[in-house]
Design a protein around this ligand. Structure first.
Ligand code: GLY
Ligand code: MN
Ligand code: MN
Length: 438
């Protein structure tokens, strides 16, 4: 994928300049993701590295961004050469000169010049920033460049004395989304919500889970999303109690629920939605009990998403509502405080209520800062996704066995509260039943 939209290029330049300002001095090296062989000559679909793309908008493989911070910050790109023979087989590539112009870079070179040029760029720089530990191959390559610079010490050249993890700086930038990012995430939310609506309208007893998955994929691709942001979970009946169920090959049974956790990736940004609905279009009384509880927990959590509230506030609110509900339904015994204190609620709710969302479905950004849960701030994007999963077991009321419900939306923290990006697919039981009726 390459970025055709030259209007957006200034935001990438702006990010690089902001990052250089935070580095102060030194050199940063950020490589994109490698192409991966699937089997023989077939590759996995290429997906650029999220950090690299956040700073460049450049979507080709075999590319490295080098930032030189200082009074006159510079951005250098190393990328594939133009190659008319390869382009006949694999399609367009920018080549360094066109990439330099299109992506507002200061300099661009052939990727084949990387090992020759990097040592010179590191000479007499005090700090080197890179993503240490991501790949043994890159770690070894970076150490090789440092050795080359050190070998020149007799000619008065110094190698960087400090290696710093670049993630610390870029994660903070990526955590707060700008207007362009929010617009893209809004579109990803709209497309993903449409896919869930489509699934609700086509699902019926006797279908296979994969047939419903196909409907999701159809909606993602036909509306321009490049891919699912993660493997879709299409889990009928008891499969909903397997949190990362991805086989999606079972038959949907009459009277069971279908849990779908699926979202698209659009222009590098993820959506992440879960809905749970009855395969036959009508919730049973026991399904209503569990569903109503999870929805109440989600409403309580959403009410806690606002600037200044700690990261943990939505989770605490959801757990409180769920613990009370588990007692009311006979799933847990004792007091709410006791059920929370002992962790007994985790038999039915064993995951957290959300995560940062952005370029990665589990996006970067620290959840705790200086020993405290991070305060939410305007422009942060997170999921709110309480659930309840009841496996058969002694002392567990049989009416609830094998019911698994999760309700997940994507929200932007905004002054006074939050905006829901994924409101295009209903959560209320009446609305879901009405949609499935059509
Ligand atoms: N779909 C992954 C998650 O909900 O975290
Ligand atoms: Mn999620
Ligand atoms: Mn999800």
């Amino acid at each position: 994928m390459h970025t055709d939209d030259n209007d957006g290029i200034s935001s990438f330049l702006d990010r690089r300049l902001r990052l250089c300002a935070q580095m102060g001095e030194g050199v940063a090296v950020i490589a994109t993701a490698p192409e991966r062989l699937r089997n023989r000559d077939a590759h996995y679909p290429f997906r650029f590295d999220s950090y690299f793309h956040y700073l460049t908008g450049f979507g080709e493989p075999d590319a490295v961004l080098v930032l030189v911070a200082g009074e006159n910050p510079r951005s250098l790109l190393f990328c594939r050469d133009k190659d008319m023979e390869r382009e006949i087989w694999d399609g367009f590539r920018f080549g360094p000169e066109a990439a330099r112009q299109h992506f507002a870079l200061d300099e661009a070179y052939s990727i084949s010049a990387l090992d020759q040029k990097l040592p010179a760029l590191l000479e007499n720089q005090r700090r080197l920033f890179y993503m240490a530990g991501d790949s043994d191959a890159w770690d070894a390559r970076v150490m090789g460049w440092l050795r080359t610079v050190r070998a020149r010490s007799r000619s008065g050249v110094r190698a960087p004395a400090t290696l710093e993890d670049l993630r610390g700086l870029v994660d903070e930038m990526r955590l707060v989304k700008d207007a362009g990012e929010l617009a893209t995430m809004g579109r990803a939310g709209v497309i993903s919500a449409a896919a869930h609506r489509r699934a609700m309208t086509v699902a019926r007893p006797g279908m296979h889970e994969y047939e419903v998955e196909a409907e999701l994929l159809h909606e993602f691709r036909s509306r321009g999303a490049q891919a699912p942001a993660y493997t879709s979970i299409v889990a009928g009946g008891a499969n909903a109690c397997v949190l990362h169920y991805v086989s999606n090959d079972a038959v949907l049974e009459d009277g069971s629920l279908l849990l779908i956790d699926a979202g698209c990736e659009l222009d590098g940004y993820a959506a992440d939605i879960t809905r749970t609905f009855p395969v036959n279009g009508r919730f049973s009384p026991a399904q209503r009990d569990i569903y109503a509880l999870v929805l109440a927990a989600q409403h309580a959590a959403l009410a806690q998403v606002r600037p200044g509230n700690p990261w943990e506030a939505p989770h605490d609110a959801a757990v409180h509502v769920l613990a009370q509900g588990f007692i009311d339904l006979g799933l847990c015994q004792g007091t709410v405080e006791g059920v929370i204190e002992s962790g007994d609620y985790r038999r039915f709710y064993m995951h957290r209520t959300g995560h940062w969302l952005g370029r990665d479905v589990h996006d970067c950004g620290e959840y705790r800062v200086d020993g405290h849960w991070r305060p939410l701030a305007d422009g942060m994007v997170l999921t709110v996704e309480p659930g309840c999963y009841v496996r058969p077991g002694e002392g567990v009321p049989e009416a609830f066995w094998n019911i698994g419900v999760r309700i997940e939306d994507d929200v932007v923290v905004r002054a006074g509260g939050c905006d829901v990006l994924t409101a295009g697919v209903p959560t209320a039981m009446d609305d879901i039943e009405a949609l499935m009726d059509r």
